[in-house]
Write a protein that binds this ligand. Structure first.
Ligand code: FES
Length: 80
């Protein structure tokens, strides 16, 4: 099970965390990996400097609505 955690803290929210979640949800559906990927939200992870903070397991990534699809295909699909 790949655990993806998206920050929904205020700084990441302003940068589009909601859209990032939507892109990831769509991608999970399109790739039919809903049984292998767990998507959840979390409050500020103290990494506000960059884009929307997303974690896969314990690894941090900086994602934006524009890069979320690429992020999913490269970083998530390689782990499922
Ligand atoms: S609000 Fe997302 S890391 Fe701080």
């Amino acid at each position: 099970m790949v655990k993806i955690t998206v920050c929904i803290g205020s700084s990441c929210h302003i940068k589009g965390s909601r859209q990032v979640v939507e892109v990831l949800q769509n991608r999970i559906a399109e790739k039919q990996v809903g049984d292998r990927v767990e998507l959840s939200g979390t409050f500020c992870m103290g990494q506000c400097q960059q884009g929307v903070c997303v974690k896969i397991g314990e690894e941090f990534f900086s994602v934006s609505p524009d890069t979320a699809e690429k992020f999913f295909d490269e970083e998530v699909m390689s782990r499922v």
